[in-house]
Design a protein around this ligand. Sequence first.
Ligand code: TIU
Length: 226
Amino acid sequence: MIMETTRSVTVEAEPYPFEFSLATCALLIIDMQRDFLEPGGFGEMLGNDVSQLRSTSEPNRRLLAAWRSKQLPVMHTREGHRPDLMDLPPAKKMRGRGKTTIGDKGPMGRILVRGEAGHDIIPELYPLPSEPVIDKPGKGAFFATDLHAMLQNRGIQQLIVTGVTTEVCVNTTVREANDRGYDCLVPSDCVGSYFPEFQAVGLKMIKAQGGIFGWVSSSEKLLAVL
Ligand code: TIU
């Protein structure tokens, strides 16, 4: 009998079905932080309507619950900076030219700073103590983090990448993962953008040209094969 965790499954996806083994596939949830999803944080500071991202919360919650129920690997990322801002490039600090920038005080604490309320993950998707949280200073989850080593040590070869935002941190991470040899599937309802047109093209860019960076599917299709 094949053990549940070594079972291989095939998900309906674009540009063609995505095959993975439950033993070698991790759920990687990108930056589902209050700073991006709630008013008064980094997302709003950049001039965005944060309500655009809300629809991602419930599909992520369902997918996370399914992953946890099968005791499969889950990892979370958070974008943010050290309290002394030594890891914040001056160009990123200036970007947007807003009155309030990274490190300044906001209603959820210092914006995009580790340890502050706004930097943390939304309560609906809060990590369990057993689930690694990768703090990253950039958009991609592989830049200046231990993520690649952690995945290699666990024998992970495929990633289900969810979170926000589709065209920024999700796309950057999928591209970084692809160059490191991981196969990535992005469930479209589990990723969100402040811009509907970027949501559409962000997903198209991943799956175009025969899946140049990865595959696109939905949480419903993924849950159906778990
Ligand atoms: N601004 C924007 O769309 N995104 C970010 O700054 N970071 C992430 O995508 N996490």
